[in-house]
Structures are given as structure tokens and as C-alpha cells.
Design a protein around this ligand. Structure first.
Ligand code: NAP
Length: 350
């Protein structure tokens, strides 16, 4: 196993990259959020050769504000927790490749995992833990002011808005978490919500209502973003009266939930729920034997309980199932030679 661990494709050492793409991994983990990271730790402890391919380390956790409900940490910032996950994975020598997976195909008894960078990784099993993609508002000005006042990551950008006026769009846990973090820096934080009731946990609702810097603008949607070089104001519309009005802001944080990357899942041929989440059973088995899924991308009740601890548990289970599949299909892990000695042609036969 190689000694280099977080590997960005842009500066990937050729020898390391070649080794990772040449070998047959026991498990290729697609996605490096809490589900994928936890799967990697469990896989390594089962003696499996694992590799993580991910666009970013930590997934949504890396963009979260204060996390106060993950066991063992009374209060830790999302990026700090993501760093802890990474350190934990590194301690098991599991390589993390920064790349984007575009397809997974069966290849005889194995799977080929294809990336945007043009690399192919081979695995006896695959764990899909890609999470979900943040929703965008899709209103005029959103793209133009992205990075010029519009942000999708309060944990990354909150300190830039010290003493300023900001708004957060959304009414769920993410919006609440972001608003509370922003209130530590900004002078004023508006929450713009399309209904008259928040979706966020009661704990967050209480904190929001108690915070003098935070004001909720109910029954209102964002219609347009305006400014010069930087965002200066949002155009809002009340959904009950249709009244349109402008509000000056220095920053706008979009926290309106997320959706699974359905196109990728369809390309792989996974059985999906109507809204594009991967169907799994209680062992995280998908409709394709040898492919497992875990975390925010799976269709497993309760769907409105997306928690780091749940994703981590599902990742552990996925690794457990991958291990059992490998034992059954390829033989004992400790007797690796038994199947590594088999001719390639035999392994690649359909
Ligand atoms: P979410 O729960 O789906 O909430 C999205 C919010 O955005 C909802 O209030 C929704 O309004 C609103 N919204 C959706 N589309 C919109 C649009 N086009 N325009 C305006 N508003 C829109 O998403 P989330 O807050 O990102 O949370 C995702 C999951 O992660 C949840 O399971 C949540 O519990 C979990 N999470 C947990 C924590 C924690 O435990 N600390 C922190 C963050 C996230 P409606 O309410 O009207 O639908």
C-alpha cells in the first residue's frame, strides 16, 4: 500500500496514481463525507484494501457551522470535524483521491470506477457515499454574484461579513445553523423563509428566536439579486400578498436543501426512489450485488433525519456488507493470495 494519502489529481504523484489505478482494490469508496470516511475506517479494520475517491473531504460537514450533536464533541465547527475524520482515515493508511466519479461499470467479477480526470479504479466492491448537491435558487443574479456576496458555505465565509448585514434563505437545520454562526460575526442576520413555520429542529428555533441579531422574514421568496461588482440588495416577494420589495444586504447565504446526483446513479443503473435517492436495504445493499450505498444519497427512512451520526453508521454497515460479500465471492481476506493468484482472465469473466 502506498504511503501518500490525500492525493489531489492536479498534483498527484504519477507513481502513486498509477499504483492506485493499476491494483484491484477490495473496495472503492465514492465520496468522502462521514459515510465514506466511516466506511473506509471499517473496511481497513476488516483488512480490506480501500481507496476513497471524492470531490471534497468531509462533504457537507466541511461546510457546516457549529456541530453540537455528534457524539464525543460537545461543540466543534464542521470543517474541524471533517479534519478529524480525515486524520482518522489517514491513520488507517487509506488513500483519499480528490477527483469526481462519472461512472461505475461491472467488469466481470469486478467494477471499474471512472473519474472526470480520465482515471479508472478497479474494485471488488463499490460503496457509493456521494451525499447530495446543494440546491441553487435559480434566480437572476445568483451566478453573477456567487463569490461576490452569494455564498453556499457559512462556515467558510461567515468571518468575511463581520459587522455587515446578511440574509440566509431557507427554513431547515442548515439555514438555522448558518444564521446562528453568521450572527457571531454580522451585525444583522435575516432569515428569508417561504412559509410561516420553520422546518428546523426546536433546539435551533429556540436559539434563533432568542438571538437579538436574527430576524425572520416569513412567507417570502427571493426573486432577484442586484448590485454592482458586489451584491448590494435582494429583491423579495411576499407569497401571501405578492408585494415585491428590495432589501439591502452585503451577503446572501443559500441554504435551501440538497438533491442527489441522479444522473450518475442512473448511469450506474442503480434502482432509485422516485426522487432519485438510491434504494438500499438494511445492510446498505443496492440493487446491484457488490455495490453498496450509505449516507445522504440513500432512500432509507426517516429521510428527514439526515445526521452525521446516521451517515457514519450507514458507512460502517456498508463496509461490513462489502466485507461479507468479498469473503463469500472471493475467499478469505487473510488468504488474499488465493484469489490474487487467480489469472486476470478468470476475474474479469462475466
Ligand atoms: P431541508 O431540511 O430540506 O430544508 C430546506 C429548507 O429550504 C426548507 O425550509 C425549505 O422550505 C426551503 N426551500 C427548499 N427549496 C426552496 C426554494 N427553492 N426556495 C426557498 N426555500 C426553499 O434542508 P437542510 O436544512 O439543508 O437539511 C438537510 C438535512 O440535513 C435535514 O435532514 C436536516 O435535519 C439535516 N441537518 C441537520 C443538522 C443538525 O442536526 N445539526 C444541521 C444541518 C442539516 P420548506 O420548509 O417550505 O420546505
Amino acid at each position: 500500500m502506498s504511503g501518500a494519502f490525500k492525493i489531489s489529481v492536479a498534483k498527484m504523484d504519477f507513481g502513486v496514481a498509477e499504483e492506485l489505478t493499476r491494483k484491484v482494490h477490495d473496495v472503492v469508496i465514492v465520496g468522502g463525507g462521514p459515510a465514506g470516511m466511516s466506511a473506509a475506517i471499517y473496511a481497513a479494520r476488516y483488512g480490506l484494501d480501500a481507496v476513497i475517491i471524492t470531490e471534497e473531504v468531509g462533504g457537507q460537514v466541511g461546510k457546516a457551522g457549529w456541530v453540537e450533536n455528534y457524539l464525543g464533541y460537545t461543540r466543534i465547527m464542521g470543517p474541524g470535524l471533517a479534519k478529524k475524520f480525515e486524520e482518522h482515515v489517514k491513520s488507517y493508511n487509506v488513500p483519499i483521491v480528490i477527483d469526481s466519479v462519472v461512472d461505475v461499470k461491472r467488469y466481470g467479477e469486478l467494477f471499474k470506477v471512472y473519474t472526470l480526470n480520465g482515471d479508472e479504479y478497479t474494485g471488488r466492491t463499490v460503496i457509493i457515499s456521494v451525499g447530495t448537491k446543494r440546491r441553487k435558487l435559480n434566480v437572476p443574479g445568483e451566478d453573477a454574484y456567487s463569490g461576490r456576496g452569494v455564498s453556499y458555505c457559512a462556515a467558510c465565509d461567515a468571518p468575511l461579513f463581520k459587522g455587515k448585514v446578511v440574509a440566509v434563505v431557507g427554513g431547515g437545520d442548515s439555514a438555522a445553523q448558518s444564521a446562528l454562526l453568521l450572527a457571531e460575526y454580522a451585525n444583522k442576520v435575516y432569515i428569508i423563509h417561504r412559509r410561516n413555520q420553520l422546518r428546523a429542529q426546536k433546539h435551533y428555533q429556540d436559539l434563533l428566536l432568542r438571538n437579538p441579531k436574527i430576524e425572520i422574514i416569513w412567507n417570502t421568496v427571493v426573486k432577484e439579486l442586484r448590485g454592482d461588482r458586489l451584491l448590494r440588495k435582494v429583491v423579495l416577494q411576499r407569497v401571501d400578498t405578492n408585494e415585491v420589495f428590495e432589501m439591502p444586504v452585503d451577503g446572501l447565504f443559500v441554504e435551501i436543501g440538497a438533491e442527489p446526483p441522479v444522473d450518475l446513479f442512473k448511469r450506474i443503473g442503480l434502482d432509485l426512489s422516485q426522487d432519485g435517492y438510491i434504494r438500499v436495504n438494511h445492510l446498505m445493499e443496492t440493487s446491484i450485488p457488490g455495490i453498496y450505498a450509505a449516507g445522504d444519497c440513500v432512500d432509507l427512512a426517516p429521510r428527514d433525519f439526515r445526521q452525521i451520526v446516521v451517515a457514519a453508521a450507514q458507512g460502517a454497515l456498508a463496509a461490513y456488507s462489502a466485507y461479507n460479500y468479498i469473503i463469500k465471492k472471493f475467499g478469505l481476506i487473510r488468504g488474499k493470495d488465493a484469489y490474487e493468484a487467480r489469472p486476470k482472465s478468470e476475474l474479469y469473466e462475466s
